[in-house]
Design a protein. Sequence first.
Length: 213
Amino acid sequence: MYDELFESISQGGGFEETAENRRIHEVANELRRCCQLYEAELRGGKENVSQFDIEQRAVEQYAKKAGLWIPLTDINLLGVPGPSGNENDLYVSNDIVFKVNNLLNSGSIQLYLDRLMWHNNLFYDTAYSFYGFTGFDGRTVMPVAQQRLIKNANPATSIEIDTYMAAVGFTKTDTGRYENQQYSVWDLLPRNVLKDADGDIYIIDAEIAKKNQ
C-alpha cells in the first residue's frame, strides 16, 4: 500500500488550481473589502472597537446580503449532528460533512479561510468547500465549510500518519507535527486522520500555518 502511496499522492499549488480555493479566495477578498468599508464607517463614531468585532459585524452584513446566512436556530437542517471537537461542530448529510467553526484556533474568519485554502493545497483528497456563515443576529458569527464524508474508515495509527506525511514531503518534528519548506502542520493525531477499507490515508482536520507569513 505504501509503495502505491508515493505514486498516487498529488499536492496542489495556488488557489487558482482548484474551484474550491477560487471560491474561498473570492469570499475572502469580498470580506476584506467589507471590513474596510465597515471600519471606515466607524471612524469618528464608536471608539475602541476591536478588529474582531469589526470583522464579525461586517461578515454578518455581507452574509445576509449575499444569501449566505444560516440562523443558528436552523443549523440542524444541515444534517444529523456528529461528534464535535474543540473547534468544529459537525453535521452529516449523506456524503457530506458540514463543519461549523468557532474560530477558537484561527481567531479570525480571514485566517480561517486562509487555513482552508492551505489545507486544500496540501490535502486535496479531503478538500474543503465554503458553504456559508451562521450565528445569532448581532452576536458571534461562525463560518461553515463542507467536506466529503470518508466512509468505512477508522483512525490511522501514528506510524501510518508518519509514513503518509513523509510521502508528501514533510519532516516529522514532534508527535503529530510536521513541516516542509512552506508549511507547518500539527495536530495530526489519529482522531484527525482516517484510513479507509482500501488502506488509503485521509487528513480530515489539521492545524496549518504558512511559514514566513
